[in-house]
Design a protein around this ligand. Structure first.
Ligand code: SME
Length: 161
């Protein structure tokens, strides 16, 4: 199946990219570009990272590809992003117009996935992807995006974070 093949191919590329990246920051920058360029339904791809020491905790926009978003700082009680970070769980929303938690980034966005990034079991941030297509993030995509987030978590661990 063509879609599966594409995911497999990009999964291998991103895994190689993680091996070669000197730092987690480099990996996040190159990863958002790769995912945005290669995955046709990934129309906005970005990382939100927890600000170190912030009380109350806040997610801060990091590396991203796609249109600039008004949401550069998101408290944990707001948005799909806040829900994923506060629960430590992946959140998939097939139709953002039906989810009251949703904070709009682009009027074109129809579906969204947010996957937490962990280092040593501690949440560090998350990988957020928006699609202009409804229900773009099937189970296969979810597994793939979780793999990407895990690679960043391992890189943060390697850096002693
Ligand atoms: N939609 C997110 C906000 C971030 S933008 O999509 C880039 C949310 O509901 O938390």
């Amino acid at each position: 199946m063509a879609v599966t093949y594409r995911i497999e191919e990009v999964r291998n590329e991103v895994t190689e990219m993680a091996k070669a990246a000197p730092t987690a920051q480099d990996l996040m920058r190159s990863m958002v570009k790769l995912l945005h360029d290669r995955m046709l339904k990934y129309n906005w791809v970005g990382f939100y990272m927890l600000e170190p020491g912030a009380q109350p905790p806040v997610l801060v926009l990091g590396a991203f590809e796609g249109a600039m978003t008004p949401h550069t700082r998101i408290p944990l009680n707001q948005g799909i992003c806040g829900a994923a970070a506060s629960s430590g769980q992946t959140v998939v929303v097939d139709d953002v117009s039906k989810d009251p938690r949703y904070l709009a980034c682009s009027l074109e966005t129809k579906s969204e996935i947010v996957v937490p990034v962990f280092a040593h079991g501690k949440i560090m941030g998350e990988l957020d992807i928006d699609s202009h297509f409804p229900a773009a993030f099937t189970a296969e995509h979810q597994t793939f995006v979780q793999h990407c987030a895990m690679l960043v978590g391992k890189k943060l661990e390697a850096a002693g974070k």
